[in-house]
Design a protein. Structure first.
Ligand code: PEP
Ligand code: MG
Length: 359
């Protein structure tokens, strides 16, 4: 297992003795989980489930799930997706062998799920038996001028709670099966994305809790699990004290938090932020290193207000900043419990976390 052998492995061992924060990985495939563990990850901090929905064999059902005319139509599509989603989570739980796994419920750019062009509409119509005209009308109803600020994250879960219900069912069924088959019982951490208000979280936490209870009844066993939220909107950071009533953990999504705090698109920023850094307007690219003065204040405030409500609130970060040494030093200062980085950055994060704890 210790892939990081030799002097480097020794260095990593020293680092691990000194760091306070845990280091997890952002991973959504068993292969990434395996690599993350070889690099020393102590859990999955972010499993982005939307990546699982683009699979060629699933995309028709995914489109049906979004474009069906009514709940019965959506549920028919979700029935098809459930076994595959359960297998996704089972493989991850097995690979992570009892380490914590944070699974984020669907946070799609909705437009990427919609068919494009007549040929795709015709093909989908053929596959799911809904007329092309109906599909086009539904797609039109869901069309957004700015999808990145649209029907994303928990807003989708509020509109279509049955999607989150299917995912929660897949998580708990997989976790129960893995727990029964091995000694390492998974402790799923179910994470709700793009929450702005306590009410959103309250509604969706209930969907998760009710589903967990049903699955535990069916399986004749229970499991520990947690429900928590991303903090990735300024409103969520400001209202963290309120939101923490419904959350066992917070994970700061500093990609979206940077985008929404600076009002700069995370997808186009590269084009004009380089001159910004050259001119000293920002000391570093704020999408690489946390903008300590602005975004950092929101992280600090969110952590303080959340912990004031719930002293044992678990706090982490899963934006790209979680693998950036300067940002990791900031996370240490704020007192986060863990950082989560892409698998290849896990060793750097372990070193940076140790340096931050010693510094
Ligand atoms: C984030 O916004 O920081 C985050 C981790 O989520 P995503 O990058 O998937 O939006
Ligand atoms: Mg995000």
């Amino acid at each position: 297992e210790p892939e990081l052998a030799g002097d480097f492995g020794t260095l990593m061992e020293w680092a691990d003795k000194h760091r306070r924060m845990k280091v997890r990985a952002n991973a959504e495939t068993p292969a990434d989980c395996k690599m993350a563990r070889q690099f020393g990850a102590e859990g999955v901090g972010l499993c982005r489930t939307e990546h699982m929905f683009f699979d060629a064999t699933r995309i028709s059902a995914v489109r049906q799930m979004i474009l069906a005319e009514d709940e019965a139509g959506r549920r028919a599509a979700l029935e098809k997706l459930l076994p595959e989603q359960r297998a996704d989570f089972q493989a991850i739980f097995e690979e992570m062998a009892g380490l914590p796994v944070t699974i984020r419920l669907l946070d799609p750019p909705l437009h990427e799920f919609l068919p494009q062009g007549d040929a795709e509409f015709a093909e989908l119509s053929e596959a799911i038996g809904i007329g092309v005209d109906t599909l086009k009308r539904r797609a039109g109803e869901l069309h957004e001028l700015n999808p990145m600020l649209g029907h994303r994250g928990c807003r989708l879960g509020i509109t279509f709670p049955e999607i989150y219900e299917m995912q929660a069912r897949a998580i708990f069924e997989a976790a129960c099966d893995v727990a029964s088959a091995s000694g390492d019982a998974p402790v799923p951490e179910v994470m709700i994305p793009l929450v702005a208000t306590r009410k959103e979280l309250e509604i969706l936490k209930k969907v998760v809790d009710v589903t967990a209870a049903k699955v535990f009844g069916e399986k004749g066993r229970t499991l520990d699990y947690m429900v928590g939220t991303m903090i990735e909107l300024p409103r969520a950071a400001l209202m963290a004290g309120d939101i923490a009533h419904e959350a066992r953990f917070f994970s700061f999504g500093t990609n979206d938090l940077t985008q929404t705090t600076l009002g700069v698109s995370r997808d186009d920023a590269g084009r004009f932020l380089s001159p910004y850094v050259e001119k000293g307007i920002y000391p570093r690219d704020p999408f690489v290193s946390i903008d300590v003065e602005g975004v950092g204040q929101l992280v600090e405030l969110g952590a303080e207000r959340g912990r004031a409500t719930r002293p044992d609130l678990k706090l982490g970060i899963c934006g790209e900043h979680g693998g950036d040494p300067a940002s990791i030093a900031f996370c240490e200062k704020v007192g986060l419990d863990y950082v989560s980085a892409s698998p290849y950055r896990v060793p750097i994060a372990r070193l940076a976390a140790a340096q931050a704890a010693l510094g």
